[in-house]
Design a protein around this ligand. Sequence first.
Ligand SMILES: Nc1ncnc2c1ncn2[C@@H]1O[C@H](COP(=O)(O)OP(=O)(O)OP(=O)(O)O)[C@@H](O)[C@H]1O
Ligand SMILES: [Mg+2]
Length: 148
Amino acid sequence: MRTYHTDDEAGTEAVGAEVALTAAAGTVIGLSGPLGAGKTVFVRGALRALGGNPMDVRSPTFTLMNLYAADLPVYHFDLYRLARGAELDGIGFHEFARGDGITIVEWADRFPDVTPEVTLWVRIGFDGSESGRSIRISDVPFPDTPGS
Ligand SMILES: Nc1ncnc2c1ncn2[C@@H]1O[C@H](COP(=O)(O)OP(=O)(O)OP(=O)(O)O)[C@@H](O)[C@H]1O
Ligand SMILES: [Mg+2]
């Protein structure tokens, strides 16, 4: 596990980019952390590093998944509004996650069925100050992750 500290949005984008550069086809990045922590900001930095346009990144609030064109297809899920884990199949989550794109999932720690699909865990937390964040990266689920 490693930990980064960022002082602003650009810093979190840079960590997203650095992490994304280690991603290969089939990587599933699971993001967690409270509302407004910076999960979507992280995705923006990741998409830039993956050869996509960071301006494309929007929270997929109503669609639950956004597809971005990049060197590999990038599937951006946000599970905040998903009511039940059983709906993951209906939105194609498992199919996308097992495909050859890069999958990035906000609120990856909401449903135990997501846990086995995730290959890299990222948790963003508030740091005390308004724009300070801690970002923890781990190959294994954080201990309180459901289904781990
Ligand atoms: N160090 C920082 N890293 C990331 N974002 C920051 C930082 N400091 C301030 N911010 C601000 O915090 C907000 C993060 O919003 P973002 O939408 O990325 O959060 P989120 O974790 O995706 O929230 P949600 O759970 O609602 O999807 C932005 O308004 C951003 O400008
Ligand atoms: Mg978000």
